[in-house]
Unconditional design. Structure first.
Length: 439
């Protein structure tokens, strides 16, 4: 810090120089101002016209502008007016320098954005003192802005760390099982209460019923998270049953159309997320990157002892197919679905869609294997039925020797082939029972 410039209390020491713009059409005056202000140790920019001043304004930010009122072509008042029209320099302090000033010119100068007038010839101490004040104020504003930026970066880093930890835990929970019901249960438990007061999942109506529908909600009085699950009632075109019944199992609905059921069906049909609440619903169109807004008022609905006021419906997609939907609803709490919450919920839904797709693939494999085993069991049973009388007939033939070599040879061939076929049927049954790798 140059000697003679006081550091404002609470401000950090900094060697960063600020810019000071001096505008005067007379070179000898510019030299005087430079000599007076050199003691401040700042970056002095001198120009001789209003046009040149405006060029400098476009390139640099200034702590203060010293502007001569009387200049040819473009005077100081007109220059100040143009400076104020630019957003970035609209609040830059302007000190007018003039050899004379009456009330009319003074009022006009203040109307054009002047913060002070200094009569020329200037008194060096007065000029330095006034410029020093604005330099210190500029530095303080810069320091506050840097601190705010650092705090914003720190908050963003903390939010990113929280989001990463949440999504890492979500990945572990969603991939810990290949059971559809367990994945749905883990998904709803992750969503509540981290993202919403109420959450549930539902599968698309074109899927079979390999699992359960899962609900989770925060008890209003105790803030305890409760879970409910039951046999999955697949959401069909006319089905509006999306909630747990009084016993906490099965599915029944206290949410009348056109609230969550209609929104869920739209999401399953289009694969686009939907926001529902007292404000506008935002939906991203599948054929466009723009956001379309529609108004879907959600009437406050009493459910499980408290009222739902807004919601978010996200598709569970994988390999270009919508497998189901994750529904998040807000109760009477003060929370809201901010951009960070929506981004985290979308990421959670994407990971859940992949986990659900893997579980459904495994379920398909297991189902196909079960059907294969049933077919093999039926095949073995049906093959044994004709083998038993054929083997009995061969034994009867062996008890009576015909004395004809050709007949004896034919009987023996039949006996050997029946025995071989019986072994094949036994091997088929053993293979089905043991599920050996060779099957």
């Amino acid at each position: 810090m140059p000697r003679g410039v006081e550091q404002p209390r609470g401000a950090e020491q900094s060697d960063e120089k600020t810019n000071i713009l001096i505008v005067d059409d007379m070179p000898e005056k510019l030299l005087v101002y430079q000599t007076v202000l050199e003691e401040l140790g700042q970056n002095l920019v001198t120009v001789q016209s209003g046009v040149e001043a405006l060029r400098q304004i476009l390139k640099l930010d200034f702590a203060v502008i010293l502007l001569d009122v009387n200049m040819p072509d473009m005077d100081g008042l007109e220059t100040a007016q143009f400076i104020r029209q630019r957003k970035r320099s609209a609040h830059t302090p302007i000190i007018f320098l003039t050899a004379f000033a009456d009330e009319m010119r003074t009022a006009k100068g203040y109307a054009h954005g002047a913060v002070d007038y200094i009569m020329t010839p200037v008194v060096p101490d007065i000029l330095r003192a006034k410029v020093r004040v604005f330099v210190e104020l500029y530095r303080m504003r810069r320091q506050v802005a840097r601190q705010a930026e650092e705090q914003a970066k720190r908050a963003a880093a903390e939010e990113a760390a929280r989001r990463s930890a949440f999504l890492a835990e979500a990945s572990r929970a969603l991939t810990s099982s290949l059971d559809v019901a367990a994945i749905l249960r883990a998904l709803t438990r992750l969503a509540v209460p981290s993202l919403a007061d109420v959450g549930f999942t539902v599968l698309s109506h074109d899927l079979a019923e390999p699992g359960h529908a899962e609900w989770a909600w925060v008890q209003p009085d105790s803030e305890e998270v409760l879970l409910a699950g039951g046999p999955l009632r697949v959401l069909g075109p006319r089905t509006s049953d999306l909630g747990p019944d009084e016993n906490g199992s099965g599915v029944s609905s206290d949410l009348p159309d056109p609230c969550f059921p209609a929104a869920v069906q739209r999401v399953l049909a289009t694969g686009n997320p939907e926001y529902l609440g007292t404000r506008k619903m935002v939906r991203e169109d599948s054929d466009s990157s723009s956001l379309a807004t529609d108004y879907y008022p959600l009437t406050t609905v009493d459910w499980m002892g408290f009222s739902l006021k807004a919601g978010l419906v996200l598709p569970l997609t994988a390999r270009g197919k919508t497998l189901g939907a994750l529904v998040l609803a807000l109760g009477p709490s003060d929370r809201s679905l901010g951009p960070d919450d929506v981004a985290m919920a979308s990421d959670l839904a994407g990971r859940a869609g992949i986990a659900l797709d893997n579980a459904l693939l495994v379920w398909d494999i297991q189902e196909n294997d079960r059907r294969k085993n049933e077919f093999l069991a039926m095949l073995a049973h049906e093959l044994r039925n004709p083998l038993a009388p054929v083997r009995t007939a061969v034994e009867v033939l062996r008890m009576r020797d015909t004395g004809v070599p050709e007949l004896n040879w034919a009987r023996d061939v039949i006996g050997r082939q029946v025995t071989h076929l019986a072994r094949l049927v036994d091997d088929l049954s053993t293979c089905r029972a043991s599920r050996a790798a060779r099957c």
